[in-house]
Write a protein that binds this ligand. Structure first.
Ligand code: SF4
Length: 251
């Protein structure tokens, strides 16, 4: 059963393709919670979690989650494409979209996107192992490996799955790492934590971006992250969607 939370056309705000016009499909559900990533007042309650909490917390956002199959996903895709006279990128995000990697409806949709010659990115926390031999279309996808660090509030065993990361990097050509950093973690152990994850893959690009789903918070961390990148040779990634639209959700 595949749950879609929202779809929208916007620019990719983060990572290697920042600034690129993209159609987003946000899928519901995540195997992590990342309790240290933010606080949100929802229906009078303080809820901790990531900036996509509406795609993680099904209880609170049940009305926004809808079950979809391949056919409906393709119809949504077409409805976006018909307004454009070029091929935008397609981003499958969440939540954790790889919860559905094995679902024939989701895998079939990925296959359709690839067959149409679209550039597809799957944004993942890198903890779910994909069998690339089973569904070859995933080899043509770019994975934005947003592996979580200790500032997510998740324990190491939950946030780092070496087999899953390895399968993605060994089977795809343009995947990259994207880490979310806070000023405090930089002061403490960010570099060691990142190196622990990336060491086996010197050929893979590493992007670091500041924590924050609102401008004020982003500004607290952005310069420290940029300086950290300058020292260690990582690539700074901003969060353009936050700079441009702050907490406003795109539809
Ligand atoms: S892994 Fe990503 S989507 Fe899941 S809770 Fe953490 S930040 Fe949110």
């Amino acid at each position: 059963m595949v749950y879609l939370v929202e779809d929208f056309y916007s620019i990719q705000g983060e990572g290697k393709f920042a600034g690129t016009p993209s159609i987003f499909f946000r899928f519901g559900g995540c195997n992590l919670r990342c309790p240290s990533f933010g606080d949100h007042f929802i229906k009078g309650k303080l809820v901790y979690g990531c900036d996509s909490v509406h795609a993680v917390n099904r209880k609170l956002f049940a009305k926004e989650w809808r079950q979809v199959g391949r056919r409906e996903l393709v119809e949504i895709l077409k409805s976006h494409l018909e307004h454009l006279d070029f091929k935008p990128h397609v981003v499958l995000t969440g939540g954790e979209p790889l919860l559905y990697w094995e679902d024939p409806e989701f895998a079939g949709f990925v296959e359709e996107l690839v067959d149409r010659g679209l550039i597809v990115t799957i944004e993942t926390n890198g903890t779910i192992e994909v069998d690339f031999a089973k569904y070859g279309a995933y080899r043509e996808v770019i994975f934005a490996l947003a592996v979580k660090l200790s500032n997510s509030g998740e324990p190491y065993e939950a946030r780092v799955n070496r087999k899953a990361i390895d399968a993605i990097i060994r089977n795809t050509q343009y995947s990259f790492f994207k880490f979310t950093l806070s000023r405090n973690l930089i002061d403490l152990r960010a570099y060691d934590e990142i190196v622990d994850i990336i060491a086996p893959y010197p050929e893979v690009e590493v992007f670091c971006m500041p924590l924050g789903d609102r401008i004020e918070e982003l500004r607290k961390h952005d310069k420290a992250v940029a300086e950290f990148c300058l020292i260690h040779g990582f690539i700074y990634s901003d969060r353009l969607q936050v700079r441009l639209w702050n907490r406003e959700r795109r539809r």
